[in-house]
Design a protein around this ligand. Structure first.
Ligand SMILES: Cc1cc2nc3c(=O)[nH]c(=O)nc-3n(C[C@H](O)[C@H](O)[C@H](O)COP(=O)(O)O)c2cc1C
Length: 307
C-alpha cells in the first residue's frame, strides 16, 4: 500500500493540477487574429492578466537569493504586471514599496486588529493598488487559530470584512474564497475582489479553484473581480481560468525555481513565456481580447463547458 508520503490523495495541490490538465481547448482558427492581453484593474492598465503571487519570507525558501522579495517586485515592475505581496512587517514593506511595483498588499488575519489597520494605512500612504487579507489562513492543523512568526491569527466574520472595507480608501481583496457561500458574504461585505485559492493546499481535499469558479461567477455576476491561483504554471492554465470567469490569475511556487536560478531575470522570463503561450492560445481559440474568452472554448468531461 502506498503511504501518505508517496501517495497523498488528499493533496489539494495535486488534485488541482489534475483538474487543470483535464480541461481541453477547442480550436477556432478561421478568421482568427493576433490578440491583445492588456488588462485593466482598479483604474490602471497592465500588460498582462498574469499577476505576481502573494509571497512572503522568500529568504527562508529560496536561500540562494538574499533579496528574493525585492527581485520579484522588480520583475513585476518591469513586466507591468499586478504585483501581490503577503505577510510583511512595516519595515520590510516600506523597503519593498519603494521599488515602485503596483502592489496589492495582502495582510494576515491577525487577532490584533491594530496590526491590520497599520498595514492598510501604510499601503495607502505608499500608493498601493489595493489591500486585502488571506482569510483562508486562520486555523492551524488542530483547528485552533494558527500562530505565524509569533503572531496569533483569528477567524474573520462578515462584520470584520465590512469593517476593513470601510476602513480604507483602497479596494479590498478577500484571498482564500472557495465556496459560493463565502463569495456571497464577500459581496455583502462590499469587497471589490475575491481570490479563489486554497493557499497551496492548506486544506486537504479542497476543491480546485477552477472547478468552483463558474458557480461563483454565476452567483456574484460582474459585481466584483475574481482572481485565481493554486497550481497555475502555464499560459494555458491562465487561459482556462479566464475562460471560466476569472479576471486574472497568478502562478505561485512555479516561480520559485526561476527565482532561485536567475533571480529577477528568471521571474521575468518565466512570466513572458506564460504571456506568450496565453497570447498564442487566445489566438487559436478564435478570441481577440481577454473579454472574448468564454466557457465554450473549453471542453470538460468530453463536452463544451457550460456558461
Ligand atoms: C513561500 C511562500 C509564502 C507565501 N506567503 C503568503 C502570504 O504571506 N500570504 C498569502 O496570502 N499567501 C501566501 N502564499 C501563498 C501564495 O500566495 C499562493 O496562494 C499559493 O502559493 C498558490 O499555490 P501554488 O504555489 O501551488 O501555485 C505563500 C506561498 C509561498 C510558496
Amino acid at each position: 500500500m502506498p503511504n501518505e508520503e508517496t501517495f497523498r490523495p488528499s493533496d489539494a495541490s495535486a488534485i488541482t493540477r489534475r483538474y487543470l490538465d483535464s480541461i481541453l481547448l477547442e480550436m477556432r482558427i478561421i478568421n482568427a487574429v493576433t490578440p491583445s492581453i492588456s488588462f485593466d484593474l482598479f483604474g490602471k492598465t497592465f500588460d498582462t492578466p498574469i499577476m505576481m503571487p502573494a509571497f512572503s519570507h522568500l529568504h527562508l525558501f529560496v536561500k540562494e537569493r538574499e533579496d528574493g522579495m525585492g527581485e520579484y517586485f522588480r520583475a513585476a515592475k518591469a513586466l507591468n504586471a499586478v504585483n501581490f505581496v503577503g505577510m510583511t512587517t512595516l519595515e520590510e514593506y516600506d523597503r519593498l514599496a519603494a521599488i515602485g511595483a503596483t502592489t496589492v498588499r495582502i495582510v494576515k488575519p491577525y487577532a490584533d486588529k491594530d496590526q491590520i489597520f497599520a498595514r492598510f494605512e501604510q499601503a495607502e500612504k505608499t500608493g498601493a493598488l489595493a489591500v486585502g487579507m488571506d482569510i483562508d489562513h486562520i486555523f492551524g492543523r488542530n483547528g485552533s487559530p494558527d500562530t505565524v512568526h509569533g503572531n496569533l491569527l483569528a477567524p474573520q466574520s462578515t462584520a470584520d470584512l465590512k469593517e476593513y472595507v470601510r476602513s480604507t480608501k483602497l479596494p479590498f481583496v478577500a484571498k482564500g474564497v472557495l465556496s459560493v457561500r463565502d463569495a456571497v458574504q464577500c459581496v455583502e461585505a462590499g469587497v471589490q475582489a475575491i481570490f479563489l485559492s486554497h493557499h497551496h493546499g492548506r486544506v486537504p481535499f479542497a476543491i480546485p479553484p477552477l472547478m468552483i469558479l463558474p458557480e461563483i461567477r454565476k452567483a456574484v455576476g460582474n459585481s466584483i473581480r475574481i482572481f485565481v491561483d493554486c497550481s497555475i504554471s502555464t499560459g494555458a492554465d491562465v487561459l482556462k481560468a479566464l475562460a471560466l470567469g476569472a479576471d486574472a490569475a497568478s502562478p505561485g511556487r512555479a516561480l520559485m525555481e526561476p527565482l532561485r536560478k536567475d533571480g529577477q531575470a528568471g521571474v521575468e522570463n518565466y512570466i513572458r513565456g506564460m504571456n506568450d503561450q496565453l497570447s498564442m492560445l487566445i489566438a487559436y481559440t478564435g478570441c481577440k481580447t481577454l473579454s472574448d474568452l468564454e466557457p465554450s472554448i473549453l471542453w470538460i468531461n468530453g463536452k463544451p463547458a457550460e456558461p
